[in-house]
Design a protein around this ligand. Structure first.
Ligand code: ATP
Ligand code: MG
Length: 431
């Protein structure tokens, strides 16, 4: 009579625990937390279980590793790695069915081939040098998919596990398998979504690029067709004007193509740096003079403090950074204004800033500004040609030098781009 009552009580508890576990599994928990929650449920239901572990097969490592535990010291147990066939886990995985080892002798026999390394971890993780009295283990399997083994162990010399515990433990293992399965499917779905997104982005980028390249190309085509018209005798100034426009558009295309090429080089990490100590103030002056030739309604000023330290950079790439930023400063301040290139000395590095008085960038557009192909959608509707590669290229170059790049801006007032570069170990007196 008492036995039946106990049996019913156990069944009631088991059913309750399984319902709880099933609920946990349908919750949006991440897999590790979910497995932990499941393990915690076991303690309350299977009284004999002092410790328990879900050992999962790690294919690349060729080992079973603990994924979730109770009772064990996880800090110690985490280093355990059981080979195929090793100890109870290895055997139950191979046999593929729930197993009861009811006596210390049977447990010891199944654990006899456990390698000393793992045996030591096992002992330390239960803070004792004992063998379990009895063990219950069930494969974590769903369909064809074998994930690992759930092992419950009784360490104290009390009541051993019985056959009656087997169905519950197997059902728990099945639920764990379902949870892992769901997690894997979600990960795969995420990967598929991500690759579709990339594909979509690539298509969009190609469309934008073709559009941007077509604009200068159609201008070139238009002016040259006009010049070649048999029926028109263009005055010499007109011819000159058209040829200049053609030349400008060719320059535009060249810049765009160079950007695209740079950005693909950066993508495949081919940015080979040949660093050397460089005097930035002189360098900035040269770049500024160069840029000033291309604009009449902007005034470019260079302002560096005296004794500016040398920086350790590849001048070709750093010139590209200056150019891309100054180019933007000119391009996005169509009304003209001042462009100030400033240098600041800090403890371990220097900061260059390039400030304009242009259209500015709104706060929400500041975040993606260094992303490839990002361009601010102009509220006023006028179109300024560009590919959205200047700043990502600049960032890749600055970061390859160990620096950082950032931006501050106010719509309608102007934009300042900053980038830092490490100081050279060579001091000014040495060169
Ligand atoms: P390109 O590849 O030819 O440089 P782009 O100028 O559009 O094209 P980026 O230099 O990367 O590309 O700049 C990205 C976007 O950031 C620009 O389209 C522009 O909207 C905004 N932007 C960049 N610099 C400034 C600036 N100084 N003032 C205002 N907006 C800017
Ligand atoms: Mg640009």
């Amino acid at each position: 009579m008492l036995a039946t009552q106990n049996g019913q009580e156990r069944l009631g508890k088991e059913l309750h625990a399984l319902t709880e576990v099933a609920k946990t599994i349908t919750s949006p928990l991440e897999l590790p937390e979910l497995l932990d929650a499941v393990m915690k449920k076991i303690i309350g239901v299977v009284e004999q279980a002092d410790v328990g572990v879900a050992m999962l097969w790690d294919q690349p490592a060729g080992l079973f590793r603990p994924a979730a535990t109770f009772g064990f010291d996880m800090d110690v147990l985490k280093d355990m790695g059981l080979r195929a066939g090793e100890s109870i886990t290895g055997k139950v995985y191979d046999e593929g069915r729930a197993t009861l080892l009811p006596t210390p002798v049977e447990v010891a026999a199944a654990m006899a081939d456990m390698r000393p390394y793992n045996r030591d971890i096992f002992n330390r993780s239960i803070h004792a040098d004992v063998s379990p009295n009895s063990v219950l283990a069930a494969p974590i399997v769903v369909g064809e998919q074998k994930y690992g083994v759930l092992v419950l162990e009784s360490l104290n010399d009390t009541i051993p596990f019985t056959q009656a515990n087997l169905p519950f433990v197997q059902t728990l293992a099945d639920l764990i398998a379902l949870a892992i399965d769901r997690d894997r499917l979600e990960t795969q779905a995420d990967a598929v979504r991500e690759s579709r997104r990339t594909e979509h982005l690539r298509a969009e980028i190609m469309a934008t690029l073709s559009h941007e390249l077509r604009m200068p190309l159609s201008a070139i085509k238009g002016y040259s067709s006009a010049l070649l018209l048999d029926e028109v005798e263009w005055p010499i100034e007109k011819q000159k004007e058209f040829l200049t426009l053609i030349e400008d558009e060719c320059d535009n295309m060249q810049v765009m193509l160079k950007d695209i090429l740079d950005s693909s080089l950066i993508e495949v990490e081919q940015l080979a740096l040949e660093k050397q100590p460089l005097r930035l103030p002189q360098f900035a002056n040269e770049v500024a003079t160069d840029a000033q030739r291309r604009t009449d309604n902007h005034r470019i000023i260079v302002d560096f403090p005296p004794d500016f330290p040398l920086v350790e950079v590849d001048p070709r790439w750093i010139k590209q950074v200056f150019r891309n930023i100054i180019e933007n400063a000119i391009r996005y301040s169509p009304e003209g204004g001042l462009i100030v290139i400033r240098g600041e000395i800090r403890t371990i590095d220097v900061v260059i800033s390039i400030a304009d008085q242009g259209i500015g960038i709104s706060p929400e557009d500041l975040i993606p500004i260094f992303e490839k192909y990002f361009r601010v959608r102009s509220a006023t509707g006028y179109h300024i040609a560009g590919t959205g590669l200047g700043l990502p290229v600049a960032r890749a170059i600055v970061e390859a030098h160990g620096g950082r790049i950032w931006v501050e801006s106010k719509t309608g007032e102007g934009t300042t781009l900053y980038f830092s570069l490490p100081k050279s170990k060579t001091s000014l007196e040495d060169v």
